[in-house]
Design a protein. Structure first.
Length: 195
C-alpha cells in the first residue's frame, strides 16, 4: 500500500514585496536626512558657543594676569579666524604670546560702541590691554559669526572696568565712569550728642 503523495501548495509566501521595501527605504532616508541636518546645525551652534566661551575665558585670564603682575596682559584681535593672548602662561612673570584659532567657519569682528559699524580685525587690528587694576581703555564689542550656519552670531563685550559680558547688547553712549567731585566735611551728618 502506497500512500498518495500530497502536493504542498505555496499559495501564501511570507515576506515583503519590493514596493514595501522601497517605501521603507525612502522613509528611513528622509528621517536620516532630517536627523543629520539637525545634528550638523546643533554642532555648528555648539562650536560657536564654545568659541565664545573660550574667548571670554582668555579675556578674563588676561585681566586676572594683569592684576596679578601689575599690568601688561593683552589680547590682540588681529585676524578674522584667530586672536593672540599675551599672558604669563608659565607663571614665570613674563608674558608669552599664544594664538588661538577659531573653529572652521567662525569669523571674528569688533566694534567700538556707541558705533555699530563692524570692523574687520585683519584690516584694522585692535589690542585689548589691561592695566594694573584690570581695566581697559575703552569698551569693545567682539562679535563671533558662524558663516556656515546662516549668520548665527554671538557677542562678547569688554567694558572699561574690565568686565566681560557674553551675548549682550550695548546701546547708547558708553563712557568711563568717573568719581564725583564732592567734598565731604568731617562733621557733616554727625549729630551733636547732649548729656
Amino acid at each position: 500500500m502506497s500512500s498518495p503523495k500530497k502536493k504542498l501548495k505555496l499559495s501564501s509566501a511570507a515576506g515583503f514585496s519590493l514596493l514595501e521595501l522601497v517605501v521603507l527605504i525612502a522613509i528611513v532616508g528622509v528621517v536620516a536626512t532630517i536627523a543629520l541636518s539637525s545634528y550638523v546645525k546643533s554642532n555648528r551652534s555648539l562650536n560657536l558657543s564654545g568659541a565664545t566661551r573660550n574667548l571670554s575665558a582668555y579675556l578674563e585670564k588676561a585681566r586676572v594676569d594683569s592684576v596679578r603682575r601689575h599690568g601688561g596682559a593683552s589680547i590682540d584681535i588681529n585676524d578674522t579666524a584667530s586672536y593672540t593672548a599675551n599672558i604669563d602662561f608659565g607663571g614665570t612673570g613674563t608674558s608669552t604670546a599664544r594664538t588661538i584659532s577659531l573653529p572652521a567657519g567662525t569669523r571674528l569682528s569688533y566694534s567700538l560702541p556707541p558705533a555699530t559699524t563692524s570692523i574687520d580685525p585683519s584690516v584694522a587690528p585692535i589690542t585689548i590691554t589691561y592695566d594694573w587694576r584690570g581695566r581697559t581703555a575703552s569698551t569693545v564689542l567682539l562679535t563671533l559669526t558662524d558663516s556656515t550656519a546662516g549668520g548665527a552670531s554671538s557677542t562678547v563685550v569688554v567694558g572699561p572696568a574690565g568686565d566681560i559680558s557674553a551675548d549682550t547688547t550695548v546701546t547708547g553712549p558708553v563712557t568711563t565712569p568717573t568719581p564725583q567731585n564732592t567734598t565731604v566735611s568731617t562733621t557733616a551728618g554727625i549729630k551733636s550728642m547732649q548729656y
